[in-house]
Design a protein around this ligand. Sequence first.
Ligand SMILES: [Zn+2]
Length: 68
Amino acid sequence: MPSAKFLKFTNSLPKCSSSMYIQLHTHHIPLNHHLHHMHAVDSPHCPIITNVNETIHHYLFDCLQYQR
Ligand SMILES: [Zn+2]
């Protein structure tokens, strides 16, 4: 079960932000690295930068597509 602190925090967020937070925290997020692990896409790589896996770290800190 999630802790009371976690539930209090996620309940204070809008549903879309809460959902994104949980996806990032659990690593179950529709980025190619995870989708490839689930056999849903052919490659774990970022569609913008070749030969770089589209991981959460890449998504948050490196990807040019999501720089804004
Ligand atoms: Zn990227």
